[in-house]
Write a protein that binds this ligand. Sequence first.
Ligand SMILES: [Fe+2]
Length: 478
Amino acid sequence: MSSQQKIDRLGPILHFRGGDESKIRVAAMIVSPETAPPPANITVRSGQIAPLLIATVAGLNFWRHDFTMAADEGGYRLGEAWYPVVTDLTGDMRIAFVSCNGEENGDLNRDSAERNIMWARLADEHSVSPFALLLQGGDQIYADEATKDHPLSEDWPEFAPENPDPQALASLTRHLQERFADRYMQILSAHVCAGIFATIPSLSIWDDHDICDGWGSLPEHLIKSEVGQAVFSVARQMYLLFQQGATDADIPALFWDPTGRNLGWQRDFPGVTIFAPDLRSERDRDDIMGPAGWRAMDALQPKGAHTIMVSSVPLLGPRLSLLETVMLAIPRMQHYEDDLRDQWQSHSHRDEWRRMLKQVLRLRESGPVTVVSGEIHLATRAVMGPQNTVINQLVASGISHRAPPSSYALCLGLFAGLGEAPLLGHPIRIKQLPGQKHRYVAQRNYLTMQRRKGHWTAKWHLEESGVTPALALDDERV
Ligand SMILES: [Fe+2]
C-alpha cells in the first residue's frame, strides 16, 4: 500500500444530474474529516445552497450541495472561489470520455506527474475549450489491493474462508471502507485532476476494478461467500458516494432500477440521451445482466436526437470466441479465459449479446447511436452495419493505465480482421482510428466528442501520436 500521506479533504466534485434548455442540475460533493466543521455554502444566482451530510464512513464526512445553474450562469461560487462550469447545454458542446484510471498493482505509489500525464492534457484542453460533461466508462479506481492486509481477504480472490467469525467480518468491512476511501481520496485529489472534477460535471459507470478484478466472472462460491459479499457491498457503497455523490436513499431518483439491483442510469439534456447499463452488479458466470437490468433496458426510451451508450466493456468486438476456444484447451491460459468471459463475445454470453445488440438497434430507430467504451487499455473503434442502421463504437482506454505491448495490439488486430456478425445482416468491423495504420493503438488515451451546429464528431488523444483527425459520427460509412 501507499507510503503517501493520508488525504482527508476532497472536493468539490461535480456530478451531473440533468439539464434542459434553461438550466443544468448538479450535485457537488465535499469530503472532510468527521471532526471538521461543515463546508461553506455554495452561492448560485438562485440563492445560497447549504451542504447536506449524506454519510459518515471511514472517519470522513460526505457533504453534498444539490443545486441548479441557469443556462447563462456559467458557474458557482464556494466560499470566495469561483468555479466556471459550462451551463448552456443547448448548442455547440464538448464531452470528454475517459476510462481505466489506475493500475492493478502499486497504483498509489506511481509518480503523480507520470501517472496523470493524460489528465494534465485534458485539463489544458478544458482551460482552452471547456467540456460540458465528463463521462467515466469504468475502472475509475483499481481497488484490487484493498483486500490485502486483512486475514479474511488476504488470499482474495483465489480463496475465501467459510463461515468467518462475525466480528472478523465486521473488521473486514471497516478495513475495506478505509482502504477504498483512501484510494478514492488520493486518486480524485491528484493535483491535475482536482480542477477537472470541480468544474466538469461527471457521469460514471463502474467496471470490475471498481470492485475487484473479474467481479461477476469469478467462481460462484467466491462471489457468494461472505468475504465476496463484503467486498461487493463496500465497493458499492464507495462507488455510490465517490462516483455518484449518492447513497442508497438516492437510488430511485438517480438510477433506472429503483431497487438498486442494477445501477444503470439514463440522463437527458437538449438533443442527447446518455445511458449506461450496469454490467457488474447482477453479473455471474452465465449472465452479464439480470432481470432488473434487462427490464430497464427493454423500457429505455431515448429523448434526444443522438443517443450515447456508455458500455464498460466494448459492445462491438472481434471474434474473440475463437480465441476463447483455444484458451480453454490450454490449462495455463485459464486466467486469460476468465478475462475473455468478461466480454460480450464470450460463448457463454452470445444470446445475451444478441439481445443487447437488438436493443441498441431499437434505439437506433430514434436517431444515431454512438457507443463509447473502455476496458481494453487500447484505443480502437468499430462499426456495425448496414449503412442505414449504422452503429459507431468508440473505445478509449486507459487514461492512466499503461498500454499492453504493441504485439498484443497487433495480435488482436489479426483476430479483428476476421469480422463478426452475431446478428444476421449486421456485420461488425473493427476499424482504424483516423490517421492510424493499425486497428488497435497501444498508447494511453482519452476521447473527446463535440457537437458543432448539431453535428457530432470525435477525436482520440493518444499519448505519443497526439490528437487524431476528427471522425464524423453522423455520416460514418460502414
Ligand atoms: Fe481497466
